[in-house]
Design a protein around this ligand. Structure first.
Ligand code: FAD
Ligand code: DHB
Length: 389
């Protein structure tokens, strides 16, 4: 087999890149370790920035998202019994869109399939060869057979635990990491959201987030111990804990019900540099992770796809490698700012076990500043809706 771009990973980064390339006549093949249903069953991101909306439109898959997604003009921040609102539209002119990652992925799979795109599922033992030479190739096992594909470029879109980043020799990359001493326990329930906008809550018992997917599908999270297990939490315990962490008048309106999904996500900040090695380009979670506070993960994956897509089209259409040469630098410049925002918002919203009295006072002062300062709210809004690209 031969293709122009071999894409490892059929998550949102890989699918979006493949679909965008297809629209410009550039061929790709996607190799995905899991089944299609498994990828579609993963409940993850829910808030999309304008940049991702534009890319979905450009990829020809924005229709359902534009019809069924919900524009959010602001968000609520609660601490203890206090609550205030940050208006994104007032401060930046821009809303965000609530539309689930599962739906983004579904729209992209359907478009790839309709266009006859090749996606190989349940691939094992993927290995990238000769990425530092002119003719890279990728091998894998599938249904007992050994397979190989030759390509011009490899796009490593295989998430944090994928093989792409680890294919770059250790002495050619540098990793920066911060692991937080807690996780997020999330549930999805077929109940109306407690509020029409998201509520990020800092309570003495820890962080909580009230989010949603649509009028009858809610997504809630509570900060939990890093070692906690989903089995330790019955639905009743989850609802009781959530109620204790949001202002009383909000908790009164909370409609509870059985969970249809429950999972724990660890919190981590991570960046690898550079994001390119020869003809291998890392994209999305393969290159960086943010803690989920602020909803930047999928959105940073999208900005990487944008830079890589424009570098590849410049290469194929104009025979100019400049965009590819600048890919890592351009992507990282935006990534580090999203890392900063997610780190800052995480520090502000969570309870840290080792927090000193001084640290706690700093957190309260920061919250007071955000509540009372137009400038602080504008800075928050600018980052939340997404820095331009
Ligand atoms: P992934 O989605 O991880 O996709 C990688 C794909 O590669 C997977 O399908 C995987 O099976 C495949 N793969 C892995 N290894 C191999 C291999 N060796 N060979 C072949 N295939 C392989 N982000 C936001 O922007 N907003 C949010 O609101 C938000 N909320 C989140 C909430 C939670 C609970 C979590 C966990 C994450 C959240 N994120 C959010 C982050 C977001 O989900 C990720 O950043 C996003 O999925 C990254 O996409 P990706 O395609 O780069 O990686
Ligand atoms: C969701 C996740 C986030 O990390 C966030 O900041 C906002 C919303 C969600 O899953 O709905």
């Amino acid at each position: 087999m031969r293709t122009q771009v071999c894409i490892i990973g059929g998550g949102p980064s890989g699918l979006l890149l493949s679909q965008l390339l297809h629209r410009r006549g550039i061929e790709s093949v996607i190799l995905e370790r899991q089944t299609r249903d498994y990828v579609l069953g993963r409940i993850r991101a829910g808030v999309l920035e304008q940049g991702l909306l534009r890319l979905m439109d450009e990829a020809g898959v924005g229709g359902r998202m534009r019809r069924e997604g919900f524009e959010h003009a602001g968000t609520l921040i609660a601490y203890g019994e206090e609550m205030f609102r940050i208006d994104f539209v007032e401060h930046t002119g821009t809303p965000v869109m609530v539309y689930g990652q599962t739906e983004v992925t579904r729209d992209l799979y359907e478009a790839r399939e309709a266009a006859g795109g090749i996606i190989e599922f349940e691939v094992e033992g993927v290995a990238i060869h000769d990425a530092d030479r002119d003719a890279p190739y990728v091998t894998w096992r599938q249904g007992g057979a050994e397979k190989r594909i030759d390509c011009d470029f490899v796009a490593g879109c295989d998430g944090f635990h994928g093989v792409s980043r680890r294919s770059i020799p250790e002495d050619a990359r540098r990793e920066y990491e911060k692991v937080y001493p807690f996780g997020w326990l999330g549930i999805l329930s077929e109940t109306p959201p407690v509020n029409h906008e998201l509520i990020y809550a800092n309570s003495p018992r820890g962080f909580a987030l009230c989010s949603m997917r649509n009028e009858n599908l809610s997504r809630y999270y509570v900060q939990c111990s890093a070692h906690d297990k989903v089995e330790n939490w019955s639905d009743d315990e989850f609802w009781a804990e959530l109620k204790r962490r949001i202002p009383g008048h909000v908790a009164e309106g909370l409609v509870t019900g059985p969970s249809i999904e429950k999972s724990i996500a660890p919190l981590r900040s991570f960046v690898t540099e550079p994001m390119r090695w020869g003809r291998l380009f890392l994209c999305g979670d393969a290159a960086h992770i943010v803690p989920p506070t602020g909803a930047k993960g999928l959105n940073t994956a999208a900005s990487d796809v944008h830079y890589l897509f424009s570098g590849l089209t410049q290469f194929y259409e104009l025979n100019d490698a400049e965009g590819l040469d600048l890919y890592s630098e351009r992507a990282l410049a935006r990534i580090w700012k999203a890392e900063r925002f997610s780190w800052w918002f995480s520090q502000l919203m969570h309870r840290f076990e080792d927090q000193t009295e001084f640290d706690r006072k700093m957190q309260i002062a920061e919250m007071e500043l955000l509540r009372s300062s137009e400038a602080a709210q504008k800075a928050m809004a600018e980052n939340y809706v997404g820095l331009p690209y």
